[in-house]
Design a protein around this ligand. Structure first.
Ligand SMILES: *Cc1c(COP(=O)(O)O)cnc(C)c1O
Length: 378
């Protein structure tokens, strides 16, 4: 029997506890496990960096939600990315990255991976030919974000999966913005899904974490080996908080989308807004691709005000929207990417417009969010 998304979010990897019947899997807040004899751990658990039952619950649940065979979770999204990078790349390899990647992802490639010997080329992922042109005979990974952060560009996952297959490379999709409820990259041909579970998956802005989901046994064994060898694992309490959050992912995402649709409609008509970037708008350059590969269009909206000073003023005046980095929580956030989340890409090919404002639309009362934007736009 195969279950629906909402059922899997609540039950996959989360059977009632075998010993006590506790409906919610316990937080196994332990570093080590008693062994019955030398070399005979009871359920295969011997040390919590190598394996922990609470982490296993989360790993199993996320794998089920992405429709993948294997899940691995980490202390942060970047820890997941770094572990994957070192598990599958070696010095001399090449990676194609998005030309508007998450700032921290760009920094990982530019300041950590490149000095270690992994070369990279930023490419416009919305242009399949540009990605194909960026591939070299050393390319090991094509790294995709869709929707992108903060410009809400849309990459055609199925088309890029074909480019990766032709190149003998792996297609990695950072699915943080969409979440598995809105988009399932593995079914579209991706090899690995990356998440910052800090965002929509956890959903409550109370825990930092990351995940990889994949099908290939060899890549899984390499990544699992590196998870243990590098040790950037999430603790049991963090895994439990993320599991608690993910149970409501579907209902939260639907409300994020409802509110975002109301707000894009409002912003599109506002005289002080020069441009609204949202994949659900028919005038978005890749709206058709988004409609093909996403269930709905998500809770992230960016807009341009025409000049940097007014963009900053809107951010400073907002009240219900909290001025903060990060995204994907139940509460609405507003930020200025140029001086906040994307300050690390200033001066690079990934620099973002200075009049850009990014919204992470929460699940508050839509009218309150609209009224707040009304006063903030002045
Ligand atoms: C936040 C984020 C990351 C990094 O995740 P952390 O949990 O902060 O390490 C990676 N990709 C995207 C798209 C993000 O938004």
């Amino acid at each position: 029997m195969s279950y629906g998304f909402e059922t899997l979010a609540i039950h996959a990897g989360q059977e009632p506890d075998g010993r006590t019947g506790a409906v919610i899997p316990p937080i196994f807040q332990t570093s080590t496990f008693a062994q019955d004899a030398v070399g005979a751990p009871r359920l295969g658990y011997d040390y919590s960096r190598s394996g922990n039952p609470t982490r296993d619950s989360l790993q199993e649940c996320l794998a089920a939600l992405e429709g993948g065979r294997h899940g691995l979770t980490f202390a942060s999204g970047l820890a997941a990315e770094d572990t994957l990078l070192r598990a599958v790349c070696k010095p001399g390899d090449h990676v194609v990255i998005p030309d508007d990647a998450y700032g921290g992802t760009y920094r990982l490639f530019a300041k950590v991976a490149q000095p270690w010997g992994i070369d990279f080329t930023p490419a416009r992922l919305t242009d399949v030919d540009a990605v194909r042109a960026a591939v070299t005979d050393k390319t090991r990974l094509i790294w995709v974000e869709t929707p992108t952060n903060p410009l809400l560009g849309i990459a055609d996952i199925a088309a890029l999966a074909q480019v990766a297959r032709d190149a003998g490379a792996l297609l990695v999709v950072d699915n943080t913005f969409a979440s598995p409820y809105l988009q399932q990259p593995l079914a579209l041909g991706a090899d690995v899904v990356v998440h910052s579970t800090t965002k929509y998956v956890g959903g409550h802005s109370d825990v930092v974490g990351g995940a990889l989901v994949l099908n290939d046994e060899t890549v899984f064994e390499q990544a699992k080996f590196h998870q243990n060898s590098m040790g950037a694992v999430n603790g049991p309490f963090d895994a439990w908080l993320t599991l608690r959050g993910v149970k409501t992912l579907a209902v939260r995402m639907d409300r994020h989308c409802d509110n975002a649709e109301r707000i894009t409609e409002y912003l599109s008509r506002h005289p002080k807004v020069a441009k609204v970037l949202y994949p659900g708008l028919p005038d978005h350059p890749n709206h058709e691709v988004a409609a093909k590969q996403m269930r709905r269009f998500g809770g992230m909206i960016s807009f341009r005000t025409g000049d940097p000073a007014s963009a900053e003023a809107v951010c400073n005046r907002a009240k219900v929207f909290t001025l903060a980095e990060s995204l994907g929580g139940v509460e609405s956030l507003i930020e200025h990417p140029g001086r906040m989340t994307h300050a690390s890409v200033a001066g690079s090919a990934l620099e973002v417009p200075a009049d850009l404002v990014r919204l992470s639309v929460g699940i508050e009362t839509a009218d309150d969010l609209l009224a707040d934007l009304e006063q903030a736009l002045g």
